[in-house]
Design a protein around this ligand. Structure first.
Ligand code: 13P
Ligand code: SF4
Length: 304
């Protein structure tokens, strides 16, 4: 492991590269990254960095977002097949059809979507700022929200706006059940339940806090509580423990694993830097249109 890490450091210097890792990445990848964070935080980091190469340890839509925000930089995804099943649940053609059914509506797309879907949207959002983005839109406009029905429902609950929802979902988050939360609460009655908005509505209803992964980290840091039940992808436990060594974090369900997030390995990062693979490129026209929706999102920061 030590040798692999040394090799990565050396290649990183040679390539003037920066390594970004999502909070769901395997622990050893989070530990070697220059920056870790949620989708919103990593998008902003990607736009700010002056490194020539960004190695994105996450899934394809995240690397695409980095490529859109950082024209002129090379964005590498160490495993070409690391995708997001939720993002794949909506194509640009399907969105165009939906827009035809609601011709006056504004479109908000969750960042977990393809560059082509972002290009067909007016606003992008992440789980950290969906509420703020929806709230910022004119009250007299209809809104289409894609592709996650559960984040969409969360935005409806928080804003009382009517949204036309696409029926996409995250296969990993819907694995967490209401019974999982009830069982964990019975075992750890003093624990605070922190839940990602991609979870189902019955799970969210019995949770204490509904937060993006970055917000979970900030909440745990500020809280006086010492035990937390975590309803999201299990990689989050590593990130939380690392930043809060004196608190206990219990995964609501061990089934909530995103296999795509776990495709990145140390060896693949080395190959990525050695062979400059796999380059994530977005055609100029698509990138230009998608960037508008992302820029609007970056301007609307979530409440801390
Ligand atoms: P965050 O934006 O909260 O990090 O979530 C990304 C994601 O893919 C959730 O499944
Ligand atoms: Fe997509 Fe779910 Fe994996 Fe997030 S956890 S990348 S939403 S499949």
């Amino acid at each position: 492991m030590k040798l692999l890490l040394e090799k990565i450091e050396k290649l990183k210097r040679q390539r003037k590269a920066v390594i970004l890792a999502h909070n769901y990445q395997p622990g050893e990848i989070q530990d070697l990254a220059d920056f870790t964070g949620d989708s919103l935080g990593l998008s902003i980091k990607a736009a700010e960095t002056d490194a020539e190469v960004i190695v994105f340890c996450g899934v394809k839509f995240m690397a695409e977002t980095a490529a859109i925000l950082s024209p002129g930089k090379t964005v590498l995804l160490p495993d070409n097949s690391a995708g997001c099943p939720m993002a794949d649940m909506l194509t640009a053609e399907q969105l165009i059809e939906l827009k035809q059914q609601h011709p006056d509506a504004l479109v908000v797309c969750y960042v977990n979507s393809s560059a082509e879907v972002k290009a067909e949207s007016d606003y992008c959002c992440t789980s950290a700022n969906a509420t703020e983005v929806v709230n910022s839109l004119p009250k007299d406009r209809q809104i289409i929200f894609v592709p996650d029905q559960h984040l969409g429902q969360f935005a409806i609950d928080r804003t009382s706006r009517k949204l036309a929802l696409w029926q996409g979902y995250c296969p990993s988050h819907i694995m967490i059940t209401e019974d999982d939360i009830k069982e964990a609460k019975a075992k750890y009655p003093d624990a605070i339940v922190m839940t990602h908005p991609e979870c189902t509505e019955p799970v969210k209803e019995i949770s204490d806090q509904i937060l993006s992964t970055g917000q979970m980290l900030r909440y745990a840091k500020k809280s006086k509580a010492k035990q937390f039940i975590i309803a999201t992808e299990t990689g989050m436990i590593h990130a939380l423990k690392k930043q809060n060594p004196n608190a206990e974090f219990i995964a609501a369900s061990d089934r909530a694993i995103c296999p795509d997030m776990k495709r990145i390995t140390l060896e693949k990062i080395i190959r990525s830097l050695e062979y400059m693979q796999y380059k994530v490129e977005v055609p100029d026209e698509t990138a230009k249109k998608a960037r508008k929706s992302i820029d609007r999102m970056v301007e609307i920061l979530p409440a801390k």
